[in-house]
Design a protein around this ligand. Sequence first.
Ligand SMILES: Nc1ncnc2c1ncn2[C@@H]1O[C@H](COP(=O)(O)OP(=O)(O)OP(=O)(O)O)[C@@H](O)[C@H]1O
Length: 290
Amino acid sequence: MNSTTASPVIRLSGVAKDFGSTRALNGVELVVERGEVVVLLGLSGSGKSTLLRHLDGLELPTAGTVEVLGQDIPGLAPRELRRFRGRVAMIFQQFELVPSLTVLENVLTGALSRLRGPRLGLWAYPKALKIAALTHLDRVGLLEKAYQRADQLSGGQQQRVAIARALMQRPEILLADEPVASLDPESSEQVMRLIREIAADHGLTVVCSLHQVDLALGWGDRIVGLRHGQVVLDTPTAGLSKERAMEIYGRVSTSTAELDAIESELKESRLTMEAEASVGASRLTVGGTR
Ligand SMILES: Nc1ncnc2c1ncn2[C@@H]1O[C@H](COP(=O)(O)OP(=O)(O)OP(=O)(O)O)[C@@H](O)[C@H]1O
């Protein structure tokens, strides 16, 4: 696990969250570095959304510390919290667009945290922001839909609008809560690829909850597995086979001891792979010098 890193953008320590008698998060330790693309993987109710909501201050912990972009989130005054939220964008399973507004207006609302007062209608936004919104729409491949009502678009298109809206915030962190759970496989692939490309273009740190193992494997740099509000797995996706991941995922409801055993097995197999790779490399070098 990444416990000692130079400049993490997210650092959670001993985080617990109770909703009445339900403990949604339990002793969560998580460190994410700038530019990392992390998948939160877990069954329904494992605490993925609650964890994401702590990262932009929508929830405050019952215990523990939440530090994001160098800020102690629970310690922020309401005004500081609002300013902080402008640096973290979020996209959701249900897109959360305003259905009766045009696509362009929906994208523009992403800039509201940087503007004073409400904006009603396109005319109320500065020209530079309209140009930025159209540029982002072009980036997500929907420029020609700018003046259509948002509810006339397909689910995949609506999620791409939500991504363009998130970019209007000029965020440093992008949080995505099950962004493709309502989409068909083809649109899911498209949206996930887009998030990855945009994260690279803008140097974003991404934390994304998913429940599809295939997508998680082919997509993130790192998988963090949650079970009953606890981090039970934290591993790079490189070298993790679908079979092993499915096994872990299928056994997420097993005991912590079993999961510990699976995780150490995974670590061992990674070490073996690395050792084999380095032996292979040295053989190649020796072969090359003959
Ligand atoms: N506002 C709330 N009030 C009461 N209980 C809550 C609240 N939010 C979450 N919970 C509870 O906390 C636990 C974790 O929920 P959470 O939504 O974080 O899980 P999840 O992994 O995101 O699930 P899903 O994939 O179904 O969205 C669940 O038992 C849930 O019922």
